[in-house]
Design a protein around this ligand. Structure first.
Ligand code: 5FU
Length: 260
């Protein structure tokens, strides 16, 4: 079937991952497929962003290792804000080590994040490690990186295919796939998360390899289900107002895709 022609709420029927079905329903309830990449180093600024942008997003994605003094208290506060505004917290750690090491890392991250990204580079052990971790529960979902947005990255089409194939073997664990194209996978139960988006027409890349597309390109032409936006929002003078603009553009692109 063609996953890009199914509504979010219809996709619930195809997933065996409880975190993914929660995500599908919160997206259709809040009418937002926007994920904020909250790449700030100051923890007060992080919590302020979560509070202000929270109503407009489905996922608040962070890199915990860039934040100064991200301690127990702040993690609890972030969880409270997530509950208040009904969004999920993703740690974009891109775990990539052997299973045993990943299990130890996951035991920490799972204390405060519901979603986590992993590379499949080390093979099945990484997914086994998470699924069999003492801290694993059904509210946690994994996103596997099958493609990257950066210019001249080293992922090959064969690696991408094998990554998706591996993900298919863990339907309860895998919420989705981080990728760039519609053709990367076909399973309607997996959520396509796509980074590299900016609404300003003259912003097509940064000077470190990042590449940007428009909301319409990624949602309509590339069938993204969740779109990641970082600097396009966090560097704006009023992040919540810009986030609302992204939210509307992304949701309209989804509605147009469904009518096309
Ligand atoms: F898997 C990926 C990828 O392929 N590209 C990305 O840019 C993840 N990202 C993340 O999305 C990256 O780590 C940033 O947190 C975010 C994009 O931020 P930007 O400021 O919108 O470029």
């Amino acid at each position: 079937g063609n996953r890009s022609k199914l509504f979010y709420e219809q996709r619930i029927l195809y997933t065996k991952c409880i975190a993914a079905s929660k995500l599908f329903s919160l997206i259709s309830e809040k009418k937002t497929n926007l994920c904020l990449a909250a790449d700030v180093t100051n923890v007060e600024k992080l919590l302020k962003l979560a509070n202000e942008v929270g109503p407009h997003i489905c996922i608040f994605k962070i890199h915990a290792d860039i934040i100064d003094d991200f301690a127990e208290k702040e993690k609890e506060e972030l969880k409270n804000i997530a509950q208040r505004h009904n969004f999920m917290i993703m740690e974009d750690r891109k775990l990539a080590d052997i299973g045993n090491t990943v299990q130890l890392q996951f035991n920490q991250i799972s204390k405060w994040a519901n979603l986590i990204t992993v590379h499949a580079i080390s093979g099945f052990g990484i997914l086994e490690a998470i699924q069999n971790s003492m801290n694993f529960n059904e509210n946690i979902g994994v996103f596997v990186i099958a493609e990257l947005s950066s210019q001249n990255n080293l992922i090959t089409p064969d690696y991408t295919k094998k990554t998706v194939h591996l993900a298919e073997k863990y339907p309860k664990l895998i919420a989705g796939i981080v990728c760039q194209f519609s053709s990367t996978f076909s399973n309607p139960g997996f959520i396509q998360m796509t980074p590299g988006v900016n609404i300003e027409e003259n912003v097509t890349n940064d000077n470190l390899g990042q590449q940007y597309n428009s909301p319409e390109t990624v949602v309509m032409d590339r069938s993204a289900d969740i779109v990641v936006v970082g600097r396009g929002i966090i560097n704006a003078p009023d992040p919540s107002q810009i986030a609302l603009e992204y939210k509307k553009k992304l949701w309209n692109a989804y509605l147009k895709r469904m009518k096309k």
